[in-house]
Every structure is written in C-alpha cells, then in structure tokens.
Design a protein around this ligand. Structure first.
Ligand code: HEC
Length: 129
C-alpha cells in the first residue's frame, strides 16, 4: 500500500517543476507589476501589444529576451524560454518559430541591452540584423 502512495506523492511533487505549466504564473509574478495583467503597460512601461509591430523583423526575437525586464528576471533559462514562447504568442499574436530554447535564452540574456528604446526603433525601421 505504501509503494503506490509514495509514487503518487513523488509524482505530485515533481509536477510543479514542469516549466510549461508555469508561464502565466511566471508572467504574473515577474512581469505584470510593470506590464499589467493584460499587457497594456503602465507609466513609462510600453504595451506588450505593440510587440506585434516587430513580429518577424530582424533582431526582434533577440531584443525581446534582451530587454532588462526579461533578461534579468529571476527565472532559469528554461523557464524564461517557456515564458517567452508564451509571451510572444499571447501578445505578438503568433508562436515564435522556432521556439526559444534554454540555450538561446542563455546566450541572449548574457548580453543585455544598454539602450532598449534605441534598439527598438532600429528594429522597427528594420536597420538591425
Ligand atoms: C520594472 C518594470 C518592468 C518589469 C518587471 C518587466 N518589464 Fe518588460 N519592459 C519594461 C520597460 C520600461 C520596457 C521598455 C524597454 C526598456 O526601457 O527596458 C519593457 C519592454 C519589454 C519588452 C519589449 C516589448 C517591445 O516590443 O518593445 C518585452 C518583450 C518585455 N518588456 C518583456 C518582459 C518580461 C517577459 C518581463 C517579466 C519576466 C518583464 N518584461 C518585466 C519594464 C518592465
């Protein structure tokens, strides 16, 4: 009798570790304070709905991870990758293809941007590769 119960208990313990169940949670805890629950932003924080205008432009994919709010979030590379996949689909309107991986996120977040606003306007005008 103890075996199956123990196995179930261990299963339940390991379930919350699955990153894909946690994107919205991670967004609420780490991002919504500035970006709000619906992504519309707040004073001095842009609306995430404007991500749609960068979708598919060269440099946008990297920029989205390199903004300080994302790059410096207290999340593992795998959790941030899952969150970014969720975020781009939710606010830019289309799944990133290919999906962000932990390796890619690790590389990008180790080079955070000094001037995100300037980078954004360059991407918008499609001058960034
Ligand atoms: C302390 C406030 C704050 C927090 C917390 C925050 N952000 Fe931001 N975010 C900003 C600001 C301000 C900008 C505009 C660029 C800049 O100045 O950094 C921004 C820009 C962005 C952009 C760029 C959107 C675009 O198309 O220009 C993305 C993507 C983003 N944030 C994602 C996140 C994610 C994901 C989290 C949570 C892990 C997060 N942010 C947490 C303040 C915040």
């Amino acid at each position: 009798m103890k075996g199956p119960l123990l196995t179930m208990g261990l299963l339940l313990l390991t379930l919350p570790a699955r990153a894909d169940a946690y994107e919205e949670h991670d967004y609420i805890l780490n991002c919504s304070g500035c970006h709000r629950m619906d992504g519309t932003g707040s004073k001095n924080v842009p609306s995430l709905l404007a991500m749609a205008e960068l979708l598919g432009k060269p440099g946008a994919r990297a920029y989205w991870v390199q903004v300080p709010g994302a790059a410096q979030a207290p999340l593992s590379d795998a959790r941030l990758a899952a969150l970014m996949n969720w975020l781009v689909e939710r606010f830019a309107g289309s799944k990133p293809d290919p999906a962000y991986t932990a390796e890619e996120v690790n590389r990008l977040r180790s080079a955070p941007l000094r001037d995100p606003v300037a980078r954004r306007s360059k991407i918008r005008e499609a001058i960034v590769r």
